[in-house]
Design a protein around this ligand. Sequence first.
Ligand code: ZN
Length: 332
Amino acid sequence: MASRSDVEVFWDSGVLLRAGDNLVAFDSRRDRFGTSVLVSHAHIDHLPPSSVEAYATPQTAEIARAKGKRNRFLPIAFDKPLRLYGELEVIPKNAGHMLGSAQFVVASGEGVLVYTGDLNLANTLVTKGAEPISCDVLVIESTYGKPFFRFPHRDEVYRDIVKWVFDVLKEEKIPTFTVYSAGKAQEIIKLINLFLELPVVAHERVARICEAYQKFGFRLQYIPERSEEGREVLFRGSCVYVAPVNAPLMSSRMVRAVATGWAVAWSPKSCSAAFPLSSHADFSQLERYVLESGAKKVFTCMGYAREFAEYLRRKHGIEAQPLRPKQQQILS
Ligand SMILES: [Zn+2]
């Protein structure tokens, strides 16, 4: 069993945990032979190279494959402990960020560490919000780790989106969302399916991810753009088009909107609308998570890591710091 001084957490193209001689990598984008690699979710900046064998939920594996990744994925299941190196127990828990997204609870004889991965505590049309987990050491994402980033209630944002779609249709244009093809696109499609009787045409990359969602029981009604029907519907209009971020628009009738947490701060010039619909925790949620976790030590990573750690130290007197590349002892 590793002793307290033998446990370290650090950043190296992902979150690395070393316990004695054993190394566990979370969301690492490097090939590390002999290391156990766990993937929190299927966004491309969290996936290892295709040569790496990694643990992932079946949902994450399916979406990753839909994105063209060729990894060998070893299945893990929510709430089912996985034993690594005989002495570490890792339990995947819902992270609420997208289908299959997990936070990881690592228990050893020396205490409990949680790595959140990308996180969202709010319920959405396609995900159930994550619950804060009690732990000794917390490694938390801090994408929106500045007090400025507070999102409106999701229902308000949904309502604004529906209203915008109506307004664009009235001008005989095509409301077009250019969003993350995995997660956000399915949320927009579900929203349109539930509240508007309108066909949704999905860009090929979005349609591939939708297929993966459907394999896990999600009912999404959309028409693939590549199909004859998809092309006809787009030609006719009176529909919504959902495409990946930065997809070029093929028709001057398409009016573009984005849906991202960054919309509380900025609105791109090329867009008619920007909706603050995020798959991440906003600042209030991040703060709530830290306080409810009861963690004695907090490491922040990604986004406003420095600012969030500084806030936690100043406001709550919590021992918090950004996760650094240099190895750090965590439990001694
Ligand atoms: Zn993500």
